[in-house]
Design a binder for this molecule. Structure first.
Ligand code: URA
Length: 470
């Protein structure tokens, strides 16, 4: 039996080198015990074992997909994670594409661990709140308390260093603490909630922000609680606003659009970065979205992308297989048709905002393949909140619905594309919209002549949408 003792629960580097050495030594998974202790990594502490398998190790190249899966899954709190990962690594020697087999129970389990970790990473980014304290030299330090579900704190450090590079800050968690002095990152032991301060003026920033993105027409307390689990609410100053916002929601609803739009305009001018901050927080929240069951099998939320002052917003149906993996909209086959068509229409994709009505990939597994499945009305409605928020923040001059799902989401009702395409429509919030086909419709047409003709019509629609912006 081999015992591998890792020095810390998130010590992926030590896990990797131990795993590499074990594979080279042909040590089967059932002969390895993985443990995490305070002691420094102590590989092969017990009796070295004899080789148990044939020796492909020298030619064995670890697939890239495994490395990124391992990087995430290894941070899960499941004590089995290192053993599971090593078992998968062992099986990859004979089946190098095993990570593509999403029906394999081990692959699936590890993907679930990885996904839970990614969600926890996003929750930390979205829900962590700093309070300010004065240091001995009179400078301000921002201190936050956070309780992650998994061992993600060190893995998330670079994000906070980049985001808050010029501040002095500390993030206290039960397992570890991080301290940034504006130049270097230091680590300390875990802390208790009482070590972090409560309440201070920095909260006003969050309150202002939260009030500005709060949509009284969409108040669903259950969904809000699900998005921001109670565990985080106590650390989030803006949640103190919720009862008041709920109480006045009815009154605010009628004047909501004008008010919210005025506020966004004011923010654009006065704060410059506030729309960007609101959009970033929205995207981070969407990353942890569990409003409908589609989040479970999907790899990740695929949020919109593009300039926040884009005059044109394109709304597709949902991410496809490739978008689900890449985390970006319209990068697969339908994306290629879309790119070609907008270029032929004289539109620069980089100047447009591109998003989807449904932010998770819906599919049916068929062997190793994941076959696109159409989102149903419930899933479209569950996701509508995000697209509404995107529109509220960006206020595009024209929103183009690509296909029936996008139209259903934007207009809140089923629409016949053939009947409605090619002219300006008015959205329920008063914004201008244009309806056309989805690029994948063109991909599905079997007859080349029909394909060509429909493509030309699609390009004409896109030109029309741009011209109608004025
Ligand atoms: N189809 C869509 O509707 N959106 C994408 O992002 C990709 C394919």
């Amino acid at each position: 039996m081999r015992t591998v003792t890792l020095s810390a629960p998130d010590d992926i580097d030590a896990w990797r080198s131990a795993a590499r050495a074990l594979i080279a030594d042909h040590v089967a998974p059932e002969r390895v015990v993985w443990q995490v202790g305070d002691a420094p990594a102590d590989l092969f502490a017990e009796t070295p074992a004899a080789a148990t398998a044939p020796a492909p190790a020298s030619t064995f190249r670890v697939p890239r997909a495994f490395l990124s899966l391992a990087d995430d899954a290894a941070l899960h709190r499941d004590p089995q994670r290192f053993a599971l990962l090593y078992t998968l690594l062992w099986r990859l020697r004979d089946a190098p594409r095993l990570t593509d087999d999403h029906a394999d129970p081990l692959v699936r389990r590890l993907e679930e661990l990885a996904k839970a970790v990614r969600r926890d990473i996003h929750k930390m980014r979205a829900f962590l709140r700093f309070r300010s304290v004065e240091e001995a030299d009179g400078a301000t330090r921002y201190v936050a308390w956070f309780e992650p579900d998994h061992h993600i704190v060190r893995a998330n450090a670079a994000f906070f260093v980049n985001r808050f590079a010029s501040m002095r800050w500390s993030i206290l968690t039960p397992e570890v603490s991080l301290h940034w002095d504006g130049a270097a990152l230091a680590q300390g032991p875990g802390a208790a909630r009482a070590d972090a301060p409560e309440g201070d003026p920095v909260e006003e920033v969050w309150k202002t922000y939260y009030a500005s993105i709060f949509n009284p027409a969409r108040v669903k307390v259950g969904a809000m609680l699900k998005e921001m689990p109670r565990k985080y609410w106590k650390n989030m100053p803006e949640t103190a606003l919720v009862p008041q916002l709920l109480a006045t929601a009815q009154a605010r609803e009628s004047g909501m659009i004008a008010t919210a739009q005025d506020r966004v305009d004011t923010d654009r001018v006065a704060a410059g970065g506030n729309v960007a901050a609101a959009w970033t927080a929205l995207r981070d929240e969407a990353a942890g979205c569990t409003r409908c069951p589609l989040h479970r099998p999907a790899t990740q939320t695929v949020f919109g992308e593009g300039p926040l002052d884009a005059p044109l917003m394109f709304v597709g149906e949902q991410p496809g297989d490739q978008e689900d993996v890449a985390g970006r909209p319209f990068v697969g086959p339908a994306g290629q048709v879309f790119d070609r068509a907008i270029a032929d229409a004289g539109i620069d994709r980089a100047a447009a905002y591109v998003t989807n009505a449904v932010k998770h990939f819906k599919f049916e597994p068929r062997g190793r393949r994941r076959i696109h499945a159409k989102p149903d009305a419930g899933e479209i409605d569950a996701c509508r909140w995000w697209i509404e928020q995107e529109r509220l923040l960006l206020r595009p001059r024209m929103t183009v619905a690509l296909g029936a799902t996008a139209a259903r989401s934007l207009f809140g009702r089923a629409m016949t594309i053939g009947r409605e395409r090619g002219r300006v429509q008015t959205l329920p919030d008063g914004g201008a919209a244009w309806v056309t086909v989805h690029p994948s419709y063109l991909l599905r047409l079997p007859d080349p002549a029909a394909k060509e003709a429909e493509y030309a019509k699609f390009v004409e629609d896109l030109k029309g949408a741009q011209a109608a912006m004025g």
